[in-house]
Design a protein around this ligand. Structure first.
Ligand code: DX5
Ligand code: ZN
Length: 210
């Protein structure tokens, strides 16, 4: 099943309660956490996620772009994350971080930045619920989709085989390229600018679905 995950990074931060209610027809809310170290930008963190939790029943898909995810997993779990993803390029041990997410009884996912090869997922295939392929360099919304991402999705889809693992794509997704990434194997579609950049968020989500 295809799931649409609007990224709140492109929303109006002065009206987050309204924004999150406006995307009630989505499947996930994608929450981009940036620490100014792993990526050259700072976004929002634990208290904002906790505050938003009261206002929606949508699945919280928390994307950690932080240097040391391990020590913050429990805090994000307690704040209301349902799925926690972190970068294999981060400083902490990948298996230890996966185990920590699972010990909090949350779904776990690993993320690959554009320069990390598809093969990097192989050791973790029997441990994760989701794999996120970045189709832009992490750190900023509104960038242009990197076309090589489709081949990477195809490779990872093959590695996944019959396993029950969601394949998420994040960065520069629009109504014009969404079919291409779905054909390549993605089933969770992150969309920031192409949802919150539109006047009518609900219609934008339906447009992507179509
Ligand atoms: C980038 C973030 C993305 C971003 C997507 O570092 O991980 O989730 O918000 O935004 P768009 O859809 O505008 O590329
Ligand atoms: Zn993201």
């Amino acid at each position: 099943m295809i799931k649409i995950a609007p990224s709140l990074l492109a929303a109006d931060f002065a009206n987050l309660e309204k924004e999150i209610k406006d995307i009630g027809n989505a499947d996930f809310v994608h929450l981009d956490v940036m620490d100014g170290q792993f990526v050259p930008n700072i976004s929002f963190g634990i208290p904002v996620i906790k505050a938003l939790r009261k206002h929606t029943g949508l699945t919280f898909d928390v994307h950690l772009m932080i240097k040391n995810p391990l020590k913050y997993i429990k805090a994000f779990a307690d704040a209301g994350a349902d799925i926690i993803t972190f970068h294999v390029e981060a400083d902490d041990d990948v298996s230890d971080t996966i185990k920590e997410i699972k010990s909090c009884q949350k779904k776990c996912g690993i993320v690959l930045s554009p320069d990390t090869p598809a093969e990097a997922v192989i050791p973790y295939l029997d441990m994760v619920d989701m794999i996120l392929v970045m189709s832009v360099y992490p750190g900023f919304g509104g960038q242009k989709y990197i076309p090589a991402s489709a081949d990477k999705l195809k490779k990872i889809k093959e590695y996944i085989g019959q396993r029950d693992i969601d394949l998420e794509i994040d960065g520069g997704i629009t109504a014009d390229n969404v079919k291409q990434v779905i054909d390549a194997g993605a089933n969770v579609i992150v969309a920031g600018t192409s949802v919150f950049g539109k006047e009518n968020r609900k219609e934008a989500i339906e447009g992507l679905r179509k």
